[in-house]
Design a protein around this ligand. Structure first.
Ligand SMILES: Nc1ncnc2c1ncn2[C@@H]1O[C@H](COP(=O)(O)OP(=O)(O)OP(=O)(O)O)[C@@H](O)[C@H]1O
Ligand SMILES: [Mg+2]
Length: 283
């Protein structure tokens, strides 16, 4: 039985108005660009004026490391928040990027599913934590976007992310098995929508590590566009060595090398995401 089957019968409450847009980066496949996209889409959104919180929901903590958060600076983490020992605000730390903050993660998070056991409401821990994030007292400090970096698994952490989200962004790597596993992911999104979060949607699919000189890459793009149609963003993230170097300096690629093709692509993606947000709102 999957986590979803077990918790599908839990109660649900509507989300408070005026909350930030909450987007999850999800794909149970490992190494497809979830974290890279969380960091750099977050940075790009912040660069164009949004106030962004990245929530690191992966025990690996790659988003936290990639944004330069030292392990010693994680005394309060997303684990403490989900276990119910701290409000989300307490886990938030600033990054070197103005308007971009992060709630960092630690390895403890990998034990959360076992620790919570069958506690009622365990799928809504993150949603409830985010509901208390913006105080609306000083709206200028409220977040406009929350980006959740999911682990490579369809476990309780990812289900928490989906239950808390307005929409899912799916990074797909331009490689032979790109579409494999996508139907399982879409099925999980559908299950969460029908049980835990009726307003959940797929924001879009972002093709990552695209290499135009590689025929296979081009073929994958054609297949994914045929299969998923308009859900696929026009912007593709190229394979770019600067993108892969940046995390070892604890910097988003936009800070490490603003002029490289990887940075340009993430800025374009941010523009497209905002455009889609406008369209979603008017529908
Ligand atoms: N466009 C790109 N060009 C070159 N390297 C990239 C690109 N995107 C991601 N990478 C590299 O590929 C690796 C995997 O990326 P990333 O960590 O973002 O994937 P992930 O889906 O978050 O992985 P996991 O499932 O382990 O959490 C990293 O080493 C990253 O630096
Ligand atoms: Mg990751």
């Amino acid at each position: 039985m999957t986590v979803m089957d077990e918790i599908s019968q839990e109660d649900r409450a509507p989300q408070a108005p005026g909350h930030p847009r909450i987007l999850s980066l999800a794909n149970q496949k490992g190494g497809v660009g979830k974290t890279t996209t969380a960091i750099n889409l977050g940075t790009a959104l912040a660069a164009i004026g949004e106030r962004v919180l990245v929530v690191d929901l992966d025990p690996q903590g790659n988003a936290s490391t990639g944004l330069g958060i030292d392990r010693r600076n994680r005394s309060c983490s997303t684990y403490d928040v989900l276990i119910g020992e701290a409000p989300l605000r307490d886990a938030v730390v600033a990054t070197a990027v103005p308007r971009l903050h992060i709630a960092a993660s630690t390895m403890d998070l990998s034990g959360l599913e076992l620790e919570l056991g069958t506690t009622p409401g365990r799928a809504f821990r993150l949603r409830d934590a985010i509901a208390g994030l913006n105080n609306n007292v000083s709206p200028d400090n409220d977040y406009t976007y929350v980006l959740i970096d999911c682990p490579p698994s369809l476990n309780l952490l990812t289900v928490n992310a989906m239950a808390a989200s307005d929409a899912i962004l799916v990074p797909l790597q331009c490689e032979f098995f790109a579409l494999e596993g996508l139907s399982q992911l879409l099925q999980t999104v559908e299950q969460v929508r029908s049980t835990l979060n009726p307003s959940l949607s797929i924001h879009g699919i972002v093709l990552t590590m695209f290499d135009s000189r590689n025929n296979l890459s081009n073929q994958v793009v054609a297949d994914v566009r045929q299969f998923m149609g308009a859900k696929v963003y026009n912007t593709m993230i190229p394979r770019n060595v600067r993108i892969s170097e940046a995390p070892s300096y604890g910097k988003p690629v936009l800070v490490y090398d603003l002029k490289c093709v990887g940075s340009e692509a993430y800025l374009k993606l941010a523009t497209e995401v905002i455009q889609r947000e406008r369209e979603l709102r008017t529908h």
